[in-house]
Design a protein around this ligand. Structure first.
Ligand SMILES: C[S@@+](CC[C@H](N)C(=O)[O-])C[C@H]1O[C@@H](n2cnc3c(N)ncnc32)[C@H](O)[C@@H]1O
Length: 433
């Protein structure tokens, strides 16, 4: 029986044409011999392959070529139309993974990046700027569910780094508009250009979709989140601003959105927890992370790319962690050359001085579990080498059960590296998957 089962519909793009295939009993499609695969998109369908095929065939953008209806001309419009219909069915696990190194040495890779530019997502993949990585539909769902149905009711949700033709945020909120009892969704698309204007706004109130400017009319703006049109929506129309902004502009983005006083829910690099500028925000409870880690994003050619990210918000989070135990039972621990204790995974419950932790305990809710932040950035030095960066936290109450304020205004200096081995980092932040 399993033999005849259809598990996948596979979209394959080569030589400007898009072809549809059915994968039986598991995904193993490697493309047709002799054709250069531009991209491939496995869609999980289980038993309803015909339904999925019908959806694609019936798209007005499906412009079939040749005899059958299984191929069409590949175009941006068609991809976007397919995207909107089948995004929830895309399987992260089965997508091909970006080949980050392309089998090159670090030096070769660096030189290639310089000569070939930032974007090079093919067999000799060099690097992909994290600004063009798209969020998976199921990750949007995780975030939405985390905040709960009551939170979304009657709200205007603004996605300000999102092209409504392809953003999982837009597609998710559009598909679930009624379930979530939303009032309105708005997205603005950034054109990435300095010269031509091609930004646009899309609004949906559950009944009709409004595009500004209408298709065919000239745009007068770029659609950057900090442009006056976008800030005006953020300030005057939105209740919630939710997106995956470009990581490279995270600080600017978060500060701009903070100025609106609206709820902010946005992706950011996992290590952004220990950016210096966030320290005051943490201390004043103006930034928080939800208790999830998101590690995969989609490239424009439908490959999955790894990046450790968290979802940052100014909405107070209350989750707590149980990864706390007596110091002597914590296996991964050391003292650096300044005598600073550094722990990993578990945090001590019987240590009352400052100590270093990675970003994971913060995401897990250690700051809601009887600990407070003292410093966002601290580089422990061991054997005259820098270890990976840490945050410094401390128990809120001291051994006598009184407020532990002795270290509150201290600045924790790192040990100085002696001349030999200067600046060498001896580790990488470990991805916890
Ligand atoms: C990490 S991607 C995420 C895209 C989309 N929000 C999603 O979640 O799939 C960041 C997006 O922000 C766009 N972008 C870059 N600079 C921007 C700006 N100043 N204003 C708005 N969007 C911007 C990029 O073009 C890119 O599409």
């Amino acid at each position: 029986m399993a033999k005849n089962k259809i598990d996948f519909v596979i979209l394959e793009s080569c030589d400007g044409q898009l072809e549809l295939h059915r994968g039986r009993g598991g995904y193993s499609w490697k493309g047709q011999k002799g054709k250069k695969l531009e991209w491939i998109l496995p869609i999980i369908v289980q038993d309803n392959a015909d339904e999925t095929l019908k959806i694609i065939y019936n798209l007005p953008e499906w412009n079939s070529v040749g005899k059958g209806r299984e191929c069409s001309y590949d175009s941006k419009e068609l991809r976007s139309a397919i995207w909107q219909k089948i995004f929830p069915l895309i399987s992260i696990n089965d997508l091909p993974q970006v080949n980050e190194s392309g089998g090159l040495t670090d030096m070769e890779r660096m030189n290639k990046t310089r000569t070939k530019g930032r974007y090079n997502d093919d067999d000799d993949m060099v690097s992909i700027g994290s600004d063009e990585c798209y969020t998976f539909y199921k990750d949007v769902e995780t975030i939405v569910k985390h905040f709960g149905a009551a939170y979304w009711k009657n709200k205007v949700v603004y996605m300000n780094c999102d092209d409504a033709r392809q953003s999982a945020f837009w597609i998710y909120f559009y598909n679930n508009f009624k379930n979530l009892k939303l009032k309105q969704i708005i997205s603005t698309r950034f054109d990435g250009s300095k010269n031509e204007y091609d930004g646009f706004i899309v609004k949906h109130d559950g009944k009709k979709i409004l595009r500004i400017p209408p298709i065919g009319s000239k745009s007068t703006f770029h659609g950057s989140y900090s442009d006056k049109e976008c800030m005006s929506i953020a300030n005057n129309e939105a209740d919630i601003i939710i997106t995956n902004p470009p990581f490279s502009k995270f600080e600017h983005f978060y500060k701009c959105m903070q100025s609106t006083g609206k709820d902010i829910i946005c992706f950011g690099n996992g290590v952004a927890v220990r950016y210096k500028w966030t320290e005051e925000l943490w201390k004043n409870k103006k930034i928080d992370v939800i208790p999830f880690e998101f590690n995969w994003f989609l490239t424009p050619t439908f490959k999955k790319k790894r990046a450790k990210t968290y979802v940052y918000t100014n909405i107070r989070q209350n989750h707590t962690t149980d990864k706390i135990k007596p110091l002597k039972k914590i296996p991964k621990q050391y003292y650096d050359e300044k005598g600073m204790l550094v722990v990993d995974v578990f945090v001590p419950n019987d240590y009352y001085k400052p100590f270093g932790v990675s970003v994971n305990p913060i995401k897990n809710g250690i700051l809601n579990s009887g600990y407070k932040l003292l410093q966002c950035k601290y580089r422990p030095v061991v054997n005259n080498k820098y270890n990976f960066d840490r945050l410094i936290i401390i128990k809120v109450l001291n051994a006598k059960g009184k407020p532990n304020i002795e270290f509150d205004n201290l600045k924790f200096e790192e040990a100085k590296i002696k001349k030999t081995g200067q600046g060498q980092v001896i580790g990488q932040e470990k991805l916890e998957l």
